[in-house]
Design a binder for this molecule. Sequence first.
Ligand code: AMP
Length: 428
Amino acid sequence: MSFNSLGLSDALLKAINKKGYTTPSPIQQKAIPSILEGKDVLASAQTGTGKTAGFTLPILQILSQGKQLSHRPVRALILTPTRELAAQIFENLKEYGTYLDIRSTVIFGGVNQKPQVAQLRNGIDILVATPGRLIDLQNQGLISLSKVEILVLDEADRMLDMGFLRDIERILKVLPAKRQNLLFSATFSKDIKKLAMGILHNPVHVEATPENTTVDAIIQKIYPCAKQKKTELIIKLISEGNWKQVLVFTRTKQGANKLTEAMISAGIKAAAIHGNKGQGARTRALAGFKDGTLTALVATDIAARGLDIPLLPHVINFELPNIPEDYVHRIGRTGRAGASGEAISLVSPDETVFLRDIEKLVGLKLPKEQIPGFEPDPNASTEPIKAGQGRPQRNSTPKKPKTDNKARSNNSFGPRRPSQNNDRRSNR
Ligand code: AMP
């Protein structure tokens, strides 16, 4: 299938061509025509499936074809959980909208609001926003959302997970009742389903079908390891494997700092990103990771959200997440076109319960490999790490993501990219 058959305008096709895309990804093939028809869409899609183009392209088309009011009120609102994701969506809008007279902007917290307000005053058609800053500006009377025709909730599961439900509800109250709604989520807990049911009208269900594509296999492995030996093992894996780029996940900010220091002492170029790091530090760390100056980026789940790292051969879970869906998000960041990505988890006895939950969620028994010299103490406690060491427990059972029977998961096309942050979670 080609982009030509999706009903997109010449101006958009030209921009797509300039980006170098030749084939629409499965989610794009399914979502674009439905969105162009004005339907509500409920999409099950992770980062890396091409979901952003899946909604930005048709929105650009709808708005460019519609009646344009001279003062340019916000006509499409895209809500995302994190700054980085918001910034990336905005970048995509700019690129895809190169040949259209559509103005977009992005607003998020952590930076001066003045330039954002000035942009809004000039009039914009598409607003990409994180919920917190949007509410702030709304409370100050600096933004009107009364002309919104299209609402997108991107990474809706993350937004709920990060405590944005209240904010979303408040935003919904100031939007016109008649509008088109698009909801994207990687996982579907009870809460997400409830949110979707309250927002969407007769939605078209769209699902990325990763099992149909095999370009980007992710090999998943478990290395059982004594808790106190994990740092040594990770340093060994990176050094002896001569790895050039590895994303490492820890459960806490303190854990990320400690591990980064140990890696640096061992001669590995590493940096940590987490909620305590300022925007500047995060941007620098990411830039260094991308250009190869840094070998290892050590991140908490929240900090990793929205990060755009195109080619990622290795992901290591230094600690397993206590929210099983986070595992799916984490490993979804590896894999690259035509080559395998590798997701390795170092699992100590106190993480046995987390591993069991993850295997239940992904529907796979993950293969274990014992590295000699790192065996867990057979008498070590298998009691899970206490609450407070990670995130609050989820309270609903997630939808089982589709995977094939082998211990791998697949991307729809091309490189995956990770996602990121927000500082609401105290310890990550
Ligand atoms: P997303 O899932 O929206 O985060 O997109 C993941 C990556 O795929 C981004 O780097 C996009 O630029 C890229 N991408 C999106 N659509 C296509 C396509 N049809 N062909 C190739 N790459 C794409």
